[in-house]
Design a protein around this ligand. Structure first.
Ligand code: PEP
Ligand code: MN
Length: 335
């Protein structure tokens, strides 16, 4: 971090700034020029509050030269993180398929879809029980009954389950859930992130629809800094001026986030496009770009789905897609 001081800084204020930085184990290297003095700050500056320094009378400008996230940073953790969910490994070069309906609707529905996606090669079952809906009048999910049905589907198929948690108070209900999804709308629910940091459960963290990569990595940092290393990043499209697709899918996030961070990166082509006919091509593109996994909405009867039917593919389409994905993965394998 670099702190540029105003001309003729007040000595008492400067001394107190230097003292304060020293107390945080930051080494300060001053460069005194004829017009300006610049302080080079060396050490773990991720905990130094830029706004606090910028607000000082003696400070002209502050520039970060190092990313503000340390735990999520590839520089400090060169090896890929592999998140383990039972026998399933997410990250480190494999393509993990998470599939299932947007929301759990009935026992027959979730067990039927679970069996179908498993037969086609899915390794994790998804299904929303608590649904974050834009309208309070829309279906809010089966809630606790939805979790019970997911657990029945897990028992019937052996597939680990991934479902969304909306509030830290729900944690006791998620004891047997394998992957806790934090949805796009909750990516910056910092009290939820802090609570998840205290668990050791894998967390699938979706990028907020108006959040940058840095915002996403800072949210991951909350969970990692709490002591939970099991974070999976998920791109699900962001809001842009384009209205043809539901959101805009940023596939450049795969090489970008992988360069910035060691965490696994998975892609959600369903919420990103909002159109089932676009899902297979975007899933293939993500696999070709090196995604660690995909989360795909699959429904047995999309026109009658209670949530996100237009973007849900059928089990038959999922099966066809998986055969293509295997071919793509084999084609880009480096060994
Ligand atoms: C979902 O996975 O069904 C969901 C609501 O996702 P997102 O938070 O990305 O909208
Ligand atoms: Mn959905």
């Amino acid at each position: 971090m670099i702190v540029i001081l105003k001309q003729n800084p007040d000595k008492a204020q400067l001394d107190s700034l230097l003292e304060w930085l020293k107390a945080q184990n930051i080494e300060v290297h001053p460069t005194v020029g004829s017009h300006q003095t610049i302080l080079g700050l060396i050490g773990d500056t991720s905990r130094v509050d830029v706004d606090l320094i910028s607000a000082l009378d003696i400070v002209d400008n502050v520039k970060r030269v190092q990313e503000p996230y340390k735990n999520a940073n590839r520089k400090f953790h060169p090896d890929d993180t592999v998140v383990r969910v039972g026998d399933v490994e997410i990250g480190g070069g494999s393509l993990t398929l998470i599939a299932g309906p947007c929301s759990v609707e009935s026992e027959e529905q979730i067990i039927g879809i679970a069996k179908a996606v498993k037969a086609s090669g899915a390794q994790v079952l998804r299904g929303g029980a608590f649904k974050p809906r834009t309208s309070p009048y829309s279906f809010q999910g089966m809630q606790i009954d939805g979790i019970r049905l997911l657990l029945k589907a897990k028992e019937a198929t052996g597939l680990p389950i991934c479902t969304e948690i909306m509030d830290a108070s729900q944690l006791p209900l998620f004891d047997d859930v394998d992957i806790l999804q934090v949805g796009a709308r909750n990516m910056q629910n910092f009290s939820l992130l802090k609570s998840l940091g205290k668990t050791r459960k894998p967390v699938l963290l979706k990028r907020g629809m108006a959040c940058s990569y840095q915002d996403l990595l800072m949210s991951a940092e909350y969970i990692l800094a709490g002591g939970n290393p099991n974070v999976i990043l998920c791109e699900r499209g962001i809001r842009t001026f384009e209205t043809y697709t539901r959101k805009t899918l940023y596939l450049a996030c795969i090489p970008s986030l992988k360069a910035l961070s060691h965490l696994p990166v998975i892609i959600d082509p369903s919420h990103a496009t909002g159109k089932s006919q676009l899902v297979p091509s975007m899933a293939c593109a993500a696999a070709a770009a090196g995604a660690d996994g995909l989360i795909i909405e699959v429904h047995n009867d999309p026109p009658h789905a209670k949530c996100d039917g237009p973007q849900s593919i059928t089990p038959e389409a999922f099966d066809k897609l998986n055969r293509k994905l295997t071919a793509i993965r084999n084609a880009i394998r480096e060994d």
